[in-house]
Design a protein around this ligand. Structure first.
Ligand code: SAM
Length: 216
């Protein structure tokens, strides 16, 4: 069972031993006056909690993990990785206005996340080869994002990335992406739920390079 941690002030919440800001926190209200995320990066999405639970259950993070979080938003999953033994963590987002929120939450948790303002389709093999684990929470919500991510995953595996793990509530573009990845990778798509900070369910897509071998 998780340890009971006393919160230092109101409008914070603790999930998997990291502290996150509620939208009504005074710092969020101040940040919103200056930075307005505009591609849905305006809060921490629950798929991040599915990822944390999956990482914990499957002991995913290693001391050698160089993690790239796609569409990091406020960076909850990145912060979890940094606090749970990853060697390095980089948050990537197309929207530069999410990074002040990510940096504030990282500071709250005493960790450092590198940031990269970029779209998935602009990630080059040279940039991708620096990472061995790519993660993302609720990042595939339009058909063109599914197409972009499919191509990017192929480039990532060619560049040496060892594992890609996404979480999603189960939107159709995400399910389509999982199907498309079957053509070039070993795909494990499973339903997942988490009870912290409250009950959420969705899907985890865990993919590794190489074609799945037929059991026949
Ligand atoms: C629904 S939010 C999820 C944010 C975060 N992963 C979470 O779970 O709280 C989707 C994020 O993807 C980012 N995004 C959307 N399209 C993108 C693209 N083409 N390249 C990089 N980031 C993108 C948005 O700016 C936003 O921060």
């Amino acid at each position: 069972m998780p340890e009971v941690v006393e919160l230092p002030e109101s409008n914070l919440f603790n999930v998997f031993n990291i502290l996150l800001l509620e939208n009504k926190h005074r710092l969020v209200k101040q940040l919103k006056e200056c930075y307005e995320p505009n591609v849905h990066g305006h809060k921490t999405w629950a798929s991040s909690f599915l990822l944390m639970d999956y990482f914990q259950t499957h002991n995913v993070l290693k001391r050698s993990s160089d993690v790239l979080e796609l569409g990091c938003g406020w960076g909850a999953a990145s912060i979890y990785c940094a606090k749970n033994g990853a060697n390095s963590v980089t948050g990537l987002d197309i929207d530069e206005n999410v990074f002040p929120y990510l940096n504030t939450q990282a500071a709250l948790n005493g960790c450092k996340i590198k940031s990269m303002t970029k779209s998935y389709d602009k990630l080059s093999p040279k940039q991708l080869e620096k990472f061995n684990l790519i993660i993302g929470a609720d990042i595939c919500f339009w058909d063109d994002l599914a197409e972009m991510l499919e191509k990017m995953f192929q480039r990532a595996f060619k560049a040496g990335v060892k594992r890609i793990i996404l979480a999603d509530p189960g939107r159709q573009p995400f399910l389509d992406l999982a199907e498309k990845c079957n053509a070039f990778a070993k795909v494990d798509l499973r339903e997942w739920y988490v009870c912290d900070p409250e009950y959420y369910d969705g899907y985890i897509l865990d993919i590794k390079p190489g074609k799945a071998t037929s059991s026949k």
